[in-house]
Design a protein around this ligand. Structure first.
Ligand code: SAH
Length: 263
């Protein structure tokens, strides 16, 4: 494949990892949003086992760990992120109960009904919203919680440019009522749903990313793959500025129910 025909998914993964590992977060979010989502969850104790799936370098995990007792296993596909994650955990003195492991969210290293809480910020899209909700459910205890953030449409109709972008990047994006219905159908009680504030994208994600982009472009001056990677990042940020009234991230907090004859 020539470079010109490459999509973001075909970029050199080492370059992508290097770029994103220089940031505290790899997706939109904030400590306030993590804590707000956590405020809807009421069953945690020192004995609890929590999983953070697609944890990245662990920005949200360290926030969680400061406010909950119990053990957190955080999982990400990319070893570089997990190395940084475990270094961060140690620096925060959390290494005894917060562990990063390399693995894939479609093949989790947990027992059935082992987990009290499954957390996943800006990452369930990698397996797909419905598939993740369905497949992860069995790892939760009865009455256990899931808290995930996911991209949503805010309106039924939207301009073609942004519609085409999402249909290409992640066609499973949907409206919030449809997503809540999917949560319910997958065997959970939807407990809370809220939209992430714009600052989670602008100040807390795009602003640090801009700085990382400059540093990265300097380091890889003349490298076409690196330049394309950054051009794509800037295109994504530009689309957000242009079309933010039509889409954003939503946090879904839900409790496992015994419905549908499922285990
Ligand atoms: N939760 C973090 C990272 C979100 S970015 C944050 O909010 O900052 C999405 C993350 O999913 C990346 O770290 C990426 O490496 C990870 N990922 C992608 N595919 C995955 C898979 N199959 N299994 C586990 N993690 C995956």
């Amino acid at each position: 494949m020539s470079d010109e025909n490459k999509s973001i998914y075909d970029f050199d993964f080492n370059l992508i990892c290097e770029f994103f590992s220089s940031m505290e977060r790899q997706g939109p979010g904030s400590p306030d949003v993590t804590l707000k989502a956590l405020s809807f969850i009421d069953n945690l104790t020192e004995q609890s086992h929590i999983a953070d799936l697609g944890c990245g370098t662990g920005g949200q995990t360290m926030t969680l760990a400061k406010y909950v007792q119990g053990k957190i296993t955080a999982l990400d596909l990319f070893p570089d992120f997990i190395n940084i994650f475990n270094r961060n955990a140690t620096q925060s003195g959390l290494q005894d109960r917060v562990k990063g492991v390399v693995g894939s969210m479609d093949n989790l290293p947990f027992q059935d009904e082992e987990l009290d809480l499954i957390w996943s910020e800006g990452a369930i899209y990698n397996i797909g919203f419905e598939r993740g909700l369905n497949e992860w459910r069995k790892y939760l205890k009865n009455g256990g919680y899931i808290a995930v953030s996911e991209s949503s449409w805010f309106t039924d109709e939207r301009p073609a440019e942004i519609n085409d972008f999402w249909m290409n990047a992640y066609p499973e994006i949907d409206t919030i009522p449809n997503q809540v219905a999917k949560v319910h159908k997958a065997g959970y009680l939807p407990v809370a749903t809220f939209i992430l504030p714009e600052t989670c994208w602008t100040e807390l994600y795009f602003a640090p990313k801009n700085i990382a982009e400059e540093i990265f472009l300097n380091k890889y001056a003349g490298n076409k793959t690196a330049e394309k990677l950054i051009a794509y990042q800037r295109y994504e940020a530009e689309l957000y500025r242009k079309y933010k009234e039509f889409y954003g991230y939503t946090f879904f907090i839900a409790k496992k129910t015994r419905s549908h004859g499922k285990k």
